[in-house]
Write a protein that binds this ligand. Structure first.
Ligand code: ZN
Length: 218
């Protein structure tokens, strides 16, 4: 996962956050986790009432600083691109319930959406899945950009750092941009592994409970 680490922008500045998100956008698209203008990204400085979010219709692999909208937790545009992503509420509502979250990666990963749509649980199989994903929340399908989607996802985010949005994508959050990306990527890797396990006829294997116990106390 080392190559996926976003380049560090100027630490502790909004410009630095945008630099990191631009890098994340390129990674997400190059790995096939979002197509065209699908998916959106956001981040804030720790403790801030404002966050930056990718603008409406922006392509994640072509982001520039001017593409980002600055919004506050009340959902008002306070700077930058006047048109935020149509999915800005997904970010705003989650920040409102998770003071510790400073970045959200929302992407449309194929295996996670497919495995869930076919009625299978996404299983955590490796140490990385167990450590980074930990647990997966889920929302039923709601239209993108809707209050229902944003509110149900935020409700799930109270207990989970990764939330699967049925027939749509996922939302992963972290204390910084790097951790949100790591979680999103590990969620999709777990889904890919689950898909392969199902193809081999396996419906039960998962990261051992005893090992899970051990890493909790490590
Ligand atoms: Zn989406």
């Amino acid at each position: 996962m080392g190559s996926a680490k976003p380049r560090m922008g100027q630490a502790g500045t909004v410009d630095g956050l945008m630099e990191q998100l631009i890098d994340v956008g390129a990674t997400v698209v190059s790995r096939g986790f979002a197509l065209a203008s699908g998916g959106n990204l956001s981040a804030r400085l720790p403790g801030s009432e404002e966050f930056v979010v990718t603008g409406k219709g922006t392509w994640l692999d072509r982001l520039e600083p001017d593409d980002f909208t600055v919004m506050n937790l009340a959902g008002e545009v306070v700077g930058g691109n006047p048109q935020p992503s149509s999915e800005w509420k997904l970010h705003q509502r989650t920040y409102r319930v998770r003071e510790d979250a400073n970045a959200i990666v929302h992407m449309h990963p194929q295996h996670a959406v497919l495995v869930d749509a076919l009625g299978h649980e996404i299983r955590l199989l490796t140490l990385d899945h167990a450590v980074y994903v930990r647990s997966i929340g889920r929302t039923p399908f709601h239209p993108n950009g809707s209050d229902e989607l944003a509110d149900t996802a935020a409700e799930q985010a109270k207990e989970h750092n990764c939330v699967l949005l049925a027939h749509h994508g996922c939302s992963a959050l972290g204390e910084d941009v790097g951790m949100a990306l790591r979680r999103a990527m590990n969620l999709e890797e777990a889904a890919t592994a689950t898909y392969r396990a199902l193809m081999l006829g396996d419906r039960t294997t998962r990261f051992p409970a005893s090992a899970d116990e051990a890493i909790q106390h490590a």
